[in-house]
Ligand binder design. Sequence first.
Ligand code: MG
Length: 159
Amino acid sequence: MFRVGLGHDTHRTIEGRPLILGGVTIPSDSGLDGHSDADVLLHAITDAILGAAGLGDIGEWFPDTSAEFAGADSGELLSRVMAEVAGQGWAVVNLDCTIFAERPKLSQHKQAIELKIAALLKVDPAAINVKAKTGERVGPVGRGEAMEAQAVVLLSKET
Ligand code: MG
């Protein structure tokens, strides 16, 4: 049996916080605002996996009103979700994702991000693809006010 899942997330850019994308800290003069570590990519990936497994969304699992998740490591949250999903018999076939950020340039960080995601999901790095785009200087992303991420994942289960 196969199931596909879709994830999307948006975070505002802010000065004074580190920029963490896919669990990797990226050199940047601004980071992302949020209740947790604001890793927009891992949030999209977590939602894609939850969606494919039919397990709701990240806000149900880790409410941003809960002090427990203030400053949370999004990689830790994703690992918890993946442990539950794997425990239900699901395996990741592949994951594709896109980061939307006007700056900094992410091309030289994509491979490190792929390796980190593969480690978090406990899959072969060949199953993970990370893409990066700018906002072409229009909209919230293009003006540098926000970053977004999209992810799609395919899960399989023996039946
Ligand atoms: Mg988020």
